[in-house]
Design a binder for this molecule. Structure first.
Ligand code: ATP
Length: 493
């Protein structure tokens, strides 16, 4: 029998996660044959399935389950004035600092935040909190010289050179720009979008009018975003090209806090429904609010490198729509029948990274346990993914390659493949094939043996318990269907 699963951060360091993701076809470094491109990653054959399933789960939970939320798919390129209006041209920057000895560049705020986290870890949470608050105040006041001094006072040194020989702290814009148009002097600078949200804001009236949407209502979008991130560590946690799943919920001014509380709760439930351990999830209120926001919270997951943001929930007031109204000179108002008033709606935003959600799910699922007794004891590694998001739902495995077993197995495969992503495999011993499926997180292995020839029954082997049961082959679709059903997940929300 399997022993109780025991998983700690020490058991599951990031390097194991990275190695597993690569070895089993989930995530590869981009352009690896050319030694890779930093902070850019490709999803492999199983990774793309897992990521698509996460995105589908998000889309359904937003658009399909709420009759007042609809989706859009806006372009990556947008009119450059969008980014003026949104504040990204002038304000979307990180404070950077270089170490003069190692020539390495860091985000000044991250250096201080890491130090604050060290205090918390060392049992001095008050000191950690005070440091975070101090940093928040200095950034708010845009006092970069004082941020540098804080780094020195806190004796923060460069991990490479070990010195505190820091340059001045400077702001660095994170947007990638390029030129549109073929003639150099007629071309103009445009940006790769750093967030998907603005594509929603500029379509607010298009969707509201054509969809005859009544407030409160939401617009959801999944798409790529690009940021020239400097601190490009921690695998897919911080990438230069990544995917966001964002929803802007438009509400009557004055009601935004109710909706903020509601979305905060709903989104936390979604992460739990995805299979993340409840004790590895927490809220983290923002110390420093953007000037237009009246509330903001992060949902954090405990990665092997600590609790970090996977989603942000922000009450953004009417900031974005008002800005677009000003810059475009076109009204962004809604006439509210109930109160007989025209107003610019307030917005509550939920914004989650598909890649961070993937990474959290992957870290959470990677499990190593000891199985067997005495001399037969050994380690078993498997991906304990929720069946609904597992890349492969069932592996169809004939015991061997003769006596008609492959033919029946093929029939079963043909029957199931329209509804479920299945694998057919007949090479190697059955034990080795089970192990391989465990490593990619397949919840069901279906073995076809000599008894199948007699009574049409097959063995189902369950990934997490390794228990086996015999069922009639006609029951398979029902059993798998029930386990992977999105309905069963959403009923918990
Ligand atoms: P961070 O403070 O970690 O840079 P952020 O507060 O800038 O994140 P938002 O602008 O709120 O992030 O973006 C919303 C979500 O998009 C984040 O919660 C995260 O899941 C995802 N995201 C943001 N930047 C990246 C990135 N560079 N790589 C992967 N995902 C990202």
């Amino acid at each position: 029998m399997a022993s109780k699963n025991k998983k700690t951060q020490e058991d599951n360091p990031l390097k194991n996660v990275i190695a597993h993701a690569k070895e089993y076809g989930f995530i590869f470094q981009s352009s690896e044959v050319y030694d890779g491109l930093q902070a850019v990653y490709d999803y492999g054959q199983y990774g793309v399935e897992l990521k698509n399933n996460i995105k589908k789960l998000w889309w359904q939970s937003m658009v399909q389950l709420n009759d007042n939320i609809v989706g859009v798919d806006s372009a990556i390129f947008m009119h450059p004035t969008v980014w003026k209006a949104s504040g990204h041209v002038d304000g979307f920057s990180d404070p950077l600092v270089d170490n003069k000895d190692s020539q390495k560049r860091y985000r000044a705020d991250v250096l201080v935040e890491d130090k604050a986290a060290e205090y918390v870890k060392a049992g001095e949470p008050e000191k950690g909190k005070a440091l975070e608050q101090k940093l928040g105040a200095l950034l708010e006041a845009e006092d970069l010289e004082a941020v540098r001094q804080l780094i020195i006072d806190e004796e923060i040194v460069c991990p490479v050179s070990g010195t505190d020989n820091w340059t001045d702290v400077r702001q660095f814009n994170l947007m990638f720009s390029t030129e549109v148009g073929s003639v150099a002097d007629e071309s103009s600078t445009i940006y790769l979008r750093p967030e998907t949200a603005q594509g929603i804001f500029v379509n607010f009236l298009n969707v509201q009018k054509t969809g005859r949407m009544k407030i409160p209502f939401g617009i959801a979008q999944i798409g790529k975003a690009f940021r020239n991130e400097i601190v490009a560590r921690q695998f897919t946690f911080r990438m230069r090209e990544f995917e966001q799943m964002e929803m802007q919920f438009f509400v009557r001014p004055g009601t935004e806090m109710e909706w903020y509380e509601q979305w905060k709760e709903t989104r936390m439930k979604w992460h739990k429904a995805l299979g993340l351990d409840a004790e590895k999830l927490q809220y983290h209120d923002h110390e420093k609010l953007a000037h237009y926001a009246n509330a903001a919270v992060d949902i954090e997951y405990e990665f092997p490198f600590g609790f970090k943001e996977i989603e942000g929930i922000h009450s953004r007031s009417d900031f974005d729509l008002t800005q677009h109204q000003e810059f475009s000179k076109k009204k962004q108002q809604y006439f509210d029948d109930e109160v007989k008033q025209n107003y610019v709606p307030y917005v509550v935003e939920t914004s989650v990274g598909a890649d961070r959600s993937f990474l959290a799910t992957f870290c959470n699922a990677l499990t190593t346990e000891t199985v067997g007794e005495g001399e037969k004891q050994k380690e078993r590694t498997f991906l304990k993914l929720h069946p609904a998001i597992a890349p492969v739902k069932a592996a169809i495995l004939p015991l061997n390659k003769k006596d008609g077993l492959p033919e029946i197995a093929q029939e079963i495969f043909e029957d199931l493949k329209y509804d479920f992503n299945c694998i057919y495999e007949e090479k190697q011993t059955i034990g080795k094939r089970y192990t391989r499926q465990d490593l990619i997180g397949t919840p069901f292995c279906i073995a076809i043996d000599y008894q199948t020839l007699e009574d049409q029954t097959v063995t189902i082997r369950h990934r997490d318990t390794m228990e086996q049961e015999r069922v009639h082959k006609d029951e398979l679709a029902g059993i798998i269907g029930n386990a992977v059903s999105f309905k069963n997940i959403f009923k918990q929300l």
